[in-house]
Design a protein around this ligand. Structure first.
Ligand SMILES: [Mn+2]
Length: 334
């Protein structure tokens, strides 16, 4: 892979590294690592970009400490770049800002392989891996490059958070990458990321999440209303899945002109990604892994009633697919 990267990205290449929209630690750390690697092996200064925003306090802290410049994908002119690399996402997934007519030159990811990815000249898609950051860590190791503290900290935090401390969908490779990185991390930074301060709005949103949550035979569902940031649905689904005996957690909320949804399950043999893609169907874009998945549906009608109808339809589909009888459920917080 390293030899092919060198070949594909000669000195002077104008390279764009794109993560998925509203990036999480795994995609941000992976992008930073790829940039670092290419600067070292090819003297190429790639541009990092993503669509949407980084909302979650931990992720904002990570990006701040990582100290890499990023650009909003919305403001990019893709013609200015010779090559595009996608990390932690793939073409035509609907969760990145790559124009649909543009084929990336490089894809590094750990989600199931998409059809269009097979046409990508340099692709490294490892479905069995818990994090894309693990793949990048292996590249650094193979290249004999020691990651400096901030990058090592970001990669380490990314692997840990993406796999819930190496417990969710983590492979042997993820454990090995985390062990390799740990001595190079800055523990003070790590702690500051993990225990980052949150804005007042966070607690207000949390209050709404808990108030709106209902339990349906092991399935916890919450409608969050208007989101402070899109990935809040994922953060809250993780939280709700901590309920004893919860098998699934589903969170929905709107941000801008889209409805975002997130799905989490405690069942290791489930296929949350396939499940959410079936539920969303053609009205939006969705995908994920075995135990975690997400989706986005463009709203045709932003009116509260229309949104509520759409949410109810989706929740109905989830409950039917999980063979849970319909009904109002039991309130999480009476
Ligand atoms: Mn990932």
């Amino acid at each position: 892979m390293l030899a092919r990267l060198r070949e594909m990205v000669p000195r002077g290449t104008r390279l764009l590294i794109l993560t998925h929209n509203n990036p999480d630690p795994d995609s941000l750390a992976s992008a930073a690592a790829l940039r670092f690697l290419l600067a070292e092996i090819a003297a190429v200064e790639a541009v990092l970009a993503f669509g949407g925003i980084v909302g979650r306090a931990e992720n904002r802290a990570l990006l701040r400490y990582l100290a890499v410049k990023t650009q909003p994908a919305e403001a990019l002119s893709f013609d200015e770049f010779d090559l595009v690399a996608l990390v932690d996402t793939q073409p035509r997934t609907g969760n990145n800002s790559l124009p649909p007519d543009r084929l990336p030159a490089i894809v590094i990811d750990h989600h199931p392989m998409r059809r269009q990815t097979r046409q990508v000249p340099l692709r490294d898609v490892r479905r069995g891996y818990g994090a894309t950051s693990t793949i990048l860590t292996e590249y650094l190791q193979t290249a004999g490059m020691t990651p400096e503290a901030r990058l090592a900290t970001a990669l380490f935090y990314a692997i840990r958070s993406e796999t819930q401390d190496l417990g969710r969908e983590a492979s042997r490779a993820d454990v090995e990458a985390a062990l390799y990185l740990f001595p190079f991390t800055n523990r003070r930074l790590l702690s500051r990321i993990e225990y980052s301060r949150v804005p007042l709005e966070y607690f207000r949103a949390l209050g709404r999440v808990l108030k709106n949550a209902t339990i349906h035979d092991g399935v916890v569902i919450s409608r969050l209303g208007e989101l402070e940031y899109p990935d809040m649905v994922a953060e809250m689904a993780d939280l709700l899945l901590r309920l004893e005996d919860a098998r699934w957690a589903v969170c929905l909320g709107t941000y801008g002109d889209d409805l975002f949804l997130s799905l989490r399950t405690s069942e290791a043999d489930a296929n949350a990604g396939a499940f959410i893609r079936r539920a969303v169907g053609r009205i939006g874009a969705a995908g994920g892994h075995g135990m975690m998945a997400g989706g986005r549906i463009p709203l045709k009608d932003r009116e509260a009633k229309a949104v509520a109808r759409l949410e109810e339809r989706l929740i109905g589909r989830f409950l039917r697919a999980l063979k849970v009888p319909p009904g109002p459920g039991v309130r999480l917080v009476p």
